[in-house]
Write a protein that binds this ligand. Structure first.
Ligand SMILES: [Zn+2]
Length: 281
């Protein structure tokens, strides 16, 4: 997950990031194996279906088909390499209608959401590709499924996945606005997803530097006093920035890849026109 730049806004992206208990010294591979033991894949997939149904019930899906199709196409490109690691997952990318929210999040089982505000902040397609690839990495790493299983127990998680506890599930999606201490990925989860983001954007032919450029934008938001909540719960430290820079430099020749600035400008103009033309909510 990326950021929560406006503290007063809903921070239910954190839904998934339930707990905090993974220690910093386990490798991603170990945690993935542990996740396989803790959460059977069919439970994870069912859980994803339950969450995704609840997300679209509580949030507004952007009713602008060209933008949805564009983001889905970017998502399909960057998640294609992820199929090697987890062929059982089908990835779904959905734009949520909130032009003031700069955020993206993933729920278990392959469902990835991005707010329209994040699209409006990006300068080129490679930045969006970096965000979507990072969220894909959280699913490949099974981060939220692992964390939920650890904090809630597998029995309870299974009952949620079976739809036995719809009230609780709805509450999880809606009500987590303030308890940010409970609601973050571990530092290692973030590192692992950053590494996937570099790998997947490069494999998809995008400029992996989009990740760093977008991180820079988040830091600028923070410097202006926005994004404080995100930075409290989800620190975008200099160390993390340096690490991504190092990963990019060591992943192959650089500069590399496409940014698709012209297509980006066209798509954003279309999205802005959509917002200008529709009646105020
Ligand atoms: Zn993240």
């Amino acid at each position: 997950m990326f950021l929560q730049p406006f503290p007063h806004r809903k921070s239910w992206m954190l839904v998934l990031a339930f707990s905090l208990t993974f220690s910093g010294c386990e490798s991603g591979q170990f945690r993935r194996l542990a996740g396989n033991v803790l959460v059977p894949v069919d439970t994870e997939l069912r859980l994803g279906q339950q969450f995704s149904q609840e997300v679209v019930k509580q949030q507004k899906v952007l009713a602008h088909e060209p933008t949805q199709a564009w983001v889905q196409a970017i998502g399909a490109r960057v998640s294609e390499p992820a199929r090697r690691a987890r062929p059982e997952i089908t990835y779904h990318f959905t734009v949520l209608d909130e032009p003031n929210e700069v955020n993206a999040f993933a729920v278990p089982g392959g469902y990835i959401y991005v707010y329209s505000g994040l699209l409006l902040l990006a300068s080129d397609e490679a930045e969006i590709a970096g965000v979507l690839a990072h969220e894909t990495g959280h699913i490949v790493g099974r981060h939220s499924a692992n964390q939920m299983a650890t904090s809630m127990g597998l029995d309870f998680l299974t009952s949620l996945a079976l739809g036995d506890n719809p009230g609780y599930l709805a509450q999880m999606v809606a009500g987590l606005g303030t308890g940010s201490a409970l609601l973050k990925y571990s530092r290692d989860d973030e590192y692992e997803s950053d590494a996937y983001a570099v790998q997947y954007t490069r494999e998809a032919g995008y400029d992996p530097g989009g990740i760093i450029r977008f991180f820079g934008k988040l830091r600028d938001l923070s410097a202006r006093g926005e994004g404080l909540e995100f930075f409290r719960s989800h620190p975008l430290t200099q160390n993390r920035m340096d690490r991504v820079h190092y990963l990019i430099q060591n992943s192959g020749p650089y500069p590399f890849g496409e940014r698709y600035e012209a297509r980006m400008a066209e798509r954003l103009a279309d999205l802005r026109a959509y917002y200008q033309s529709r009646p105020a909510r």
